[in-house]
Design a protein around this ligand. Structure first.
Ligand SMILES: C[S@@+](CC[C@H](N)C(=O)[O-])C[C@H]1O[C@@H](n2cnc3c(N)ncnc32)[C@H](O)[C@@H]1O
Length: 290
């Protein structure tokens, strides 16, 4: 009899056996074109597929790749704490891994971006000795970088979940770009339905005007999930953020820098870079900054 294949993965406490495995993949944001080839293969090969999709076309393409695919959307309940829902999702996925099956968990966007059940499933599976991997996917901020023409390497990049941003009094650096996720569901920890809560969004306005001028122009952004449809790109003054019409649960806010970071000439000299090295040319100018 062949001995079981043994392997260690980083962050894994146990020696892995080949039986029961988990692969977590993303669909990308745009329903038809952003799923990677590797994700397609993983979905096809799996004996059990669980998925969370935000639009019918994505759900259809996952089911087209594997007819056994089951949606976990039904686990969301109005009024139920998000963490409870996530724990149930994680356990649903892990139960099949523990039965010795090849399981694929499919989430929208990048499966590791704001996707607590995906990380929990991988980490618990590894601790229990199962092979578990996460594949990268196309996230909303990857689409934002492309659609808004901003480069995180130009001025630096800060990225926060909106509720966390308020609760932990995060202090943004006005010389770097800022991405605020889940702005349309700020302060909500249940499954969100119904209209956005402008009073809660006003708390984000209040926090941002401590760092940025009220008239500083930010962008409300929604990547298109349908091929051929344009993204929503809506300029908004920071001081009027809570009044903006174009805010939904899938809106991401991008705030460009409002100040330039000064160049440390002593450090430039210590790095052996003279004025002739034109280091400022390495950073193209950020569009739309006020
Ligand atoms: C639970 S997170 C999921 C993120 C997703 N896993 C990803 O990789 O982008 C939901 C948040 O992602 C952002 N998001 C999701 N879909 C988006 C879209 N089409 N355009 C812009 N932002 C989006 C919004 O900030 C939204 O509140």
């Amino acid at each position: 009899m062949r001995s079981p294949r043994l392997q260690r993965l980083p962050g894994c406490d146990a020696v892995l056996t080949a039986k029961g495995s988990l692969v977590v993949v993303g669909t990308g944001i745009e329903s038809m074109g952003q799923m990677t080839g590797a994700a397609r293969v993983a979905i096809r090969r799996a004996q059990r597929v669980f998925y969370l999709a935000t639009d019918p076309l994505t759900a259809q393409s996952v089911r087209g790749l594997n007819r056994r695919a089951v949606s976990l959307h039904g686990l969301y309940e109005v009024g139920r704490h998000r963490l409870q829902t996530y724990a149930t999702m994680t356990e649903t996925v892990l139960a099949e891994v523990r039965r010795g099956l090849r399981v694929c968990f499919v989430l929208y966007g990048h499966p590791g971006v704001f996707a607590m059940p995906a990380h929990a499933a991988v980490s618990i599976a590894r601790k229990e000795g199962y092979r578990a991997v996460m594949q990268p996917g196309v996230s909303a901020d990857a689409c934002l970088i492309a659609d808004l023409g901003v480069d995180p390497g130009r001025n630096g990049w800060q990225s926060y979940e909106a509720t966390d941003f308020l609760l932990r009094k995060r202090k943004p650096d006005p010389t770097a770009g800022l991405v605020l996720w889940q702005i349309g569901v700020v302060g909500r920890i249940d499954y969100v339905t119904g209209p956005i809560d402008r009073e809660k969004i006003a708390l984000v306005t209040e926090a941002l005007v401590r760092t940025y001028p009220r008239k500083h122009l930010a962008t409300l952004y929604e990547a298109s999930s349908l091929p051929g449809y344009p993204p929503v790109i809506e300029p908004v003054q920071i001081g009027k953020l809570h009044l903006a019409k174009a805010i939904s649960p899938i809106t991401t806010l991008y705030v460009p820098p409002s100040k330039r970071a000064p160049l440390d000439k002593k450090m430039r000299a210590r790095l052996g870079l003279g004025p002739a090295s034109r280091v400022s040319c390495l950073r193209a100018r950020e569009p739309a900054a006020t």
